[in-house]
Design a protein around this ligand. Structure first.
Ligand code: MRU
Length: 377
C-alpha cells in the first residue's frame, strides 16, 4: 500500500477554541467548553453557568475523554462553589454523569476535598470556592505536564519496540488535545513521533457509533500535518493482515488494579488482532486513570448508551429525522447493544505508558509499584 503525503502542510493548534477554560465575566464565573459534538463541522463554545449544565454537557459528550472529564469535574465543583450552589449535591451529580472514566470522580473529589478543607479552616465559603478553583487549575496544569511526559516515555518505548522507525500506528477513539490539559495521551505519542519524523502513518479508526475517530482524531491529525488515513472499525482486521500496522496506541478510561483496561468499545478486538498478528498493543494513560480500588476488569462499570446512537446516524451536517435526532438507518423499533467501552485483559496489553514511565509486562504488582514510586516523587 503506497504511502500518501500528509493531508495538510504545517502544524496548527488542535482547535481554535480550547477544549475547556474558566472565565470570570462581570455576570459571574463560567466554564467554557468546545462543544465536541459539533466538531469538525464547526467550532462552537458551550458556556456552562452551573454544574447541571456541565452534567448535561458530559452526558451528551460535548466534553469527553477521561483526562478532560477529570478536569471538567473539578471545574464543575469550583463553579458550583463560586455560584453559591450546594457543592456536595453538585459533586455527586457530576461524579455520576458518566460511570466508566475514573478520572471524573478523581477530579470531582479533589476539588470537593479542597473546598471542604478550606471551609473547615476558614469558615468562609468564598475562600473555600477559591480553594476548589485552585485545585481544578492545578489538576489542569498537572494533566498538561503528564501529557508531555507520556509522549516522551511513549516515543522511547515505540523506538525500543520498533527499532526501524517509520512507525505505522493504529489508534482508536480520540486521545489528543481535545481530551487533555496538554496534547493528550496516545495521540500525544503519535504526535511526538510525527514531529521527530518517525511517524509514517496514523491509521484512524472511525470509532462507531459516535465517530470520535472520524470527527475528532482525523481533525486533530489533519491540523497537525500528520499523514493519516481513516478506516471503518471493521477494516482493521484486513489492515493487520496486510502487515500495515506496526503498533496500536490507545488511551484508557480506567485501568483496574490487575491491569485490565477499559477504553472505547472496539479497543478489545484491536488487542486480540494485535496479539494474533504479533503487533504491540500499547495503552497510554495518566496515573489519574489507574484505579487501585477497582480490583479487576469484571468490576469496571461499563456505560451503556441509548440505542438510537446505533440505529441512527447523527451528525451535525446531516438533516435530523429519527426519534433520537439523527437519520434513522435501522428499522424503527430495532433494539441496539450499545456499550460505550470494553475491557481488555492485561495479558493482551504489551505496555501501559504513564507520566512515570512504562510498565511491561502489565501486572498488578508492576502497576502497584509504579503508583508507589509516583507517590514518593
Ligand atoms: O466516550 P468518550 O468519547 O468519552 O470515550 C473516550 C475514550 O474512550 C478515550 O479513548 C479515553 O477516554 C482515553 S482519552 C485520553
Amino acid at each position: 500500500m503506497a504511502d500518501q503525503q500528509a493531508q495538510t502542510g504545517g502544524e496548527k493548534r488542535p482547535s481554535e477554541i480550547p477544549a475547556i477554560r474558566w472565565e470570570e465575566p462581570p455576570e459571574g464565573p463560567v466554564l467554557v467548553l468546545l462543544d465536541q459534538t459539533r466538531v469538525p463541522a464547526e467550532e462552537v463554545e458551550l458556556v456552562c453557568t452551573d454544574a447541571s449544565a456541565l452534567v448535561e454537557a458530559i452526558r451528551s459528550l460535548a466534553v469527553r475523554g477521561a483526562p478532560l472529564l477529570g478536569i471538567a469535574g473539578a471545574y464543575g465543583v469550583a463553579l458550583a462553589a463560586a455560584r453559591g450552589f450546594d457543592v456536595v449535591e453538585a459533586a455527586r451529580a457530576l461524579e455520576g454523569a458518566r460511570p466508566t472514566a475514573v478520572n471524573l470522580s478523581v477530579g470531582v473529589r479533589r476539588a470537593e476535598a479542597a473546598y471542604g478543607a478550606a471551609l473547615t479552616r476558614t469558615g468562609d465559603p468564598t475562600a473555600a470556592a477559591a480553594a476548589a478553583l485552585a485545585a481544578a487549575r492545578a489538576l489542569h496544569q498537572e494533566d498538561a505536564e503528564a501529557s508531555a511526559r507520556m509522549a516522551v516515555h511513549g516515543l522511547a518505548l515505540l523506538d525500543e519496540l520498533l527499532p526501524g522507525g517509520g512507525h505505522r500506528i493504529l489508534t482508536h477513539c480520540n486521545t489528543g488535545a481535545l481530551v487533555s490539559g496538554g496534547e493528550g495521551t496516545a495521540f500525544a505519542v503519535a504526535l511526538a513521533a510525527h514531529r521527530e519524523g518517525r511517524l509514517r502513518r496514523l491509521w484512524v479508526d472511525e470509532t462507531r457509533p459516535l465517530l470520535q475517530g472520524a470527527r475528532l482524531t482525523a481533525y486533530e491529525a489533519a491540523r497537525s500535518g500528520m499523514a493519516y488515513t481513516l478506516l471503518t472499525d471493521n477494516a482493521a482486521g484486513s489492515l493487520f493482515a496486510a502487515g500495515e500496522v506496526d503498533a496500536v496506541l490507545i488511551g484508557a478510561d480506567r485501568i483496574a488494579a490487575d491491569g485490565s483496561v477499559a477504553n472505547k468499545v472496539g479497543s478489545y478486538p484491536l488487542a486480540v488482532l494485535a496479539r494474533y498478528h504479533h503487533v504491540p498493543f500499547i495503552v497510554v494513560a495518566p496515573l489519574t486513570t489507574l484505579d487501585p480500588a477497582t480490583p479487576d476488569g469484571a468490576s469496571i462499570e461499563v456505560e451503556q448508551r441509548p440505542g438510537f446512537e446505533v440505529t441512527e446516524i447523527s451528525a451535525p451536517q446531516v438533516p435530523f429525522a429519527g426519534p433520537g435526532g439523527g437519520v434513522q438507518v435501522a428499522p424503527l423499533g430495532t433494539q441496539a447493544y450499545n456499550p460505550a467501552f470494553d475491557v481488555t485483559p492485561p495479558e493482551l496489553v504489551t505496555a501501559v505508558v504513564t507520566e512515570e514511565g512504562a510498565v511491561s509486562p502489565v501486572t498488578a504488582e508492576a502497576l502497584a509499584e509504579l503508583c508507589a514510586r509516583a507517590r514518593r516523587v
